[in-house]
Write a protein that binds this ligand. Structure first.
Ligand SMILES: Nc1ncnc2c1ncn2[C@@H]1O[C@H](COP(=O)(O)OP(=O)(O)OP(=O)(O)O)[C@@H](O)[C@H]1O
Length: 262
């Protein structure tokens, strides 16, 4: 079969991407060179040592930063700024405290001019998906940290982005909540088929969640490991502890750990 032209798919492509920051007049390299492609529907996790450029990479794809060199493109079009096709979930939930949970989730569709009945439907659908239907009329400050993060995820999904960019979204949560949200994210990924790029400090989280795992070198970050992981596709009936005990899982976790430490 002929290879699909990049412009005909929603592929993400980084080509010869480098980024440096100007600090006191000097150019300090933060990232690159980085070259990789992500196909639609992949759940790609990115791990690497602190300060290696993970957030910089995500900000380049989000369109918050322009690369110093090279190109970042989606579906063959160069990224030139933020766009609705790319939703960003930050580490700290960014919710409006004066709006109810439902209104926070409806905000994106409302700003796009979606009518109230359709907005309600979208909000209900995503609140149900993240398990917040029963607190839809609460204010964000009445929710726990994990619930706020789920609300943020619902808000981003309600914009129906093709690509969801997640920057350590579970980093600030306690271990139990984090594990619950990991399971929920996998369920959402399976249900929506979205392309997800997920940054994490945790080796276990990278291997558990990713359908593909990338590891970056210390700053300026380059991709030093790029491995398929099959554990995200396992379906819901295999208990997490059984997945974590699989020899292939343990092996990949060690490989990722070694790549980060190298
Ligand atoms: N606005 C900025 N100005 C100057 N240097 C910056 C800026 N933003 C990031 N850096 C530097 O670029 C490098 C990469 O930062 P980045 O935040 O992308 O790393 P990271 O891998 O996400 O780190 P962490 O895992 O600790 O969050 C770091 O050395 C950081 O100090």
């Amino acid at each position: 079969m002929a290879e699909q032209a990049p412009s005909a798919s929603r592929s993400i492509a980084f080509e010869g991407v480098r980024h440096h920051f100007s600090v006191g007049g000097a150019a300090v390299p933060a990232l690159g060179p980085v070259d990789f492609e992500i196909e639609p529907g992949e759940l790609v996790t990115i791990a690497g040592p602190s300060g290696c450029g993970k957030t910089t990479l995500l900000r380049l794809l989000a369109g918050f930063l322009a690369p110093s060199e090279g190109t970042v493109s989606v579906a063959g079009r160069r990224v030139q700024g933020p766009a609705a096709e790319r939703g960003v979930v930050f580490q700290q939930p960014t919710l409006f405290p004066w709006l109810s949970v439902r209104r926070n989730v409806e905000l994106g569709p409302r700003l796009r001019g979606v009518g109230s009945a359709a907005r309600h439907e979208v909000a209900d659908q995503y609140l149900e998906l993240v398990g917040l239907a029963d607190v839809a009329d609460h204010r964000p400050y009445e929710l726990s940290g994990g619930m706020q993060q789920r609300c943020q995820i619902a808000r981003v999904l309600a914009n129906e982005p093709e690509i969801v960019l997640m920057d350590e979204p579970f980093g600030a949560l306690d271990a139990l909540t984090r594990e619950r949200l990991q399971d929920e994210l996998l369920a959402i990924w399976r249900a929506t088929g979205r392309t997800i790029l997920f940054i994490t400090h945790s080796v276990d989280e990278a291997v558990f969640l990713g359908s593909r795992v990338l590891v970056m070198s210390p700053r300026p970050g380059r991709i030093v490991l790029d491995e398929r992981a099959v554990f995200a596709d396992r379906g819901e009936r295999v208990p997490d502890e059984e997945v974590r005990a699989l020899p292939a899982y343990v092996e990949l976790r060690e490989e990722v750990r070694r790549a980060i430490a190298a």
